[in-house]
Design a protein around this ligand. Structure first.
Ligand SMILES: Cc1cc2nc3c(=O)[nH]c(=O)nc-3n(C[C@H](O)[C@H](O)[C@H](O)COP(=O)(O)O)c2cc1C
Length: 359
């Protein structure tokens, strides 16, 4: 595998030796950024992660123009669907009593929510050529899961199931938490034919084994890792506030480790999400073994056009090292490929501590 990247360079050098410069230039120019993500063929590994940036048709079109290979729409939440399902029972069909809508929580109208989500899928699919992945956020058992079928019928190319179950409880056991994840994934997977990606967090006692279990049930991709909604205390009004945090550069460590460990050991595609800000972060994720790298914060900060800057940076990096495409370099620094796989183990602590002492 390591010898492969140089094959094309040798062809190019030979072409120069025989005076065929145009062949030589062609050989050097070819850069294959294509990748396969849960059965979808993508032009390159960059996907726009679920965020406000993928919420409007205009911004998805801008992302496509800048070179993004696929988009994940913002999540539709279990709670939204549940609420609507309950309302369908309470409200008269022809809404004879308009005042009944005053029972709805502030800000929620019947038009918003799941119907609008399905319409958005249809509109985005009609307007762009890149794959469109819908995102469902939930975990408990219930009718909201049937909504995955409607998403499939609306034309989505895949579903990202974002499971977040981290109860602030002293009673619930680790096994019970794991079962919630496994149940939710297996239900969605068995109810639809389009590919299913699972966006999860790393907070399991044995994440590797969980990844294997998801893989064995046929989950098509693992998206690593979700950055959770986290509470913060507002010291001005003494309220607890929750927001989706914008990541900072340098936050790739945890996903990078697990992608590198899982590469070559499971069938599911591996998507990196968290802290990818420049082309070097993207290169690192790919060297670890990621099939795709998802971007939210970097694009929110720098705008949709930043995708083209990242792609250029990736291409230049690959060219400078004589790689002809992602297939030459993906996973080259995974645990399986490294001469010192213990770099991912506890033993590396000792070296790190020793190194720190010497300074
Ligand atoms: C403002 C904002 C909104 C987000 N909305 C969603 C969402 O609806 N569903 C979801 O699964 N992730 C959502 N995310 C998480 C991102 O998709 C992404 O996984 C996370 O921010 C880590 O990637 P990044 O470091 O590139 O931002 C959101 C993130 C941000 C910053």
């Amino acid at each position: 595998m390591v010898g492969k990247p140089f094959a094309r360079k040798e062809v190019a050098l030979q072409a120069i030796a025989y005076g065929n410069v145009s062949v030589a230039i062609e050989e050097q120019k070819m850069m294959d950024l294509t990748t396969n993500y849960m059965g979808l063929s993508l032009n390159n590994p960059l996907i726009a992660a679920a965020s406000p940036l993928t919420s409007t048709l205009k911004s998805v079109q801008r992302l496509e123009k800048a070179g993004i290979a696929a988009v994940v729409l913002p999540s539709l939440f279990e709670e939204q669907i549940r609420q609507e399902q309950e309302e369908q029972i309470v409200l008269p069909k022809n809404n004879l009593f308009p005042e009944v809508t005053s029972f709805l929580p502030a800000g929620l109208t019947l038009e918003r929510g799941s119907r609008a989500y399905l319409d958005t899928i249809g509109q985005v699919k009609a307007a762009v050529d890149i794959p469109v992945i819908a995102s469902l956020n939930g975990c408990s058992e219930g009718g909201w899961m049937d909504f995955a079928r409607q998403i499939e019928q609306a034309g989505a190319d895949g579903i990202e199931l974002h499971i977040y179950y981290n109860p602030p409880s002293l009673e619930i056991t680790g096994r019970e938490v794991e079962d919630v994840y496994l149940d939710a994934a297996s239900r969605i997977k068995s109810s639809i034919a389009i590919p299913v990606a699972l966006k999860i967090d790393p907070f399991f006692s044995a994440f590797g084994n969980m990844a294997r279990q998801f893989d064995e049930m046929g989950v098509d991709a693992l998206v690593m890792f979700n950055r959770m909604l986290q509470p913060d205390f507002n010291l001005n009004n003494m309220q607890v506030e929750t927001a989706w945090p914008i990541s900072k550069p340098g936050e790739i460590g945890i996903p990078l480790r697990w992608i590198s460990v899982l590469y070559g050991k499971i069938n599911a595609s591996l998507a990196a999400t968290s802290g990818a800000y420049d082309h070097e972060d993207i290169v690192k994720y790919l060297l670890g073994g990621a099939d795709t790298v998802m971007l939210a914060s970097a694009l929110i900060r720098n705008g949709a056009d930043y995708v083209s800057v990242l792609l250029k940076g990736l291409e230049v990096w690959l060219k400078q090292r004589d790689f002809t495409g992602l297939k030459d370099m993906r996973g080259l620094m995974s645990q399986r490929s490294l001469a010192n796989p213990e770099a991912f183990e506890r033993a590396s602590y000792i070296r790190t501590v020793d190194g720190a002492k010497k300074h």
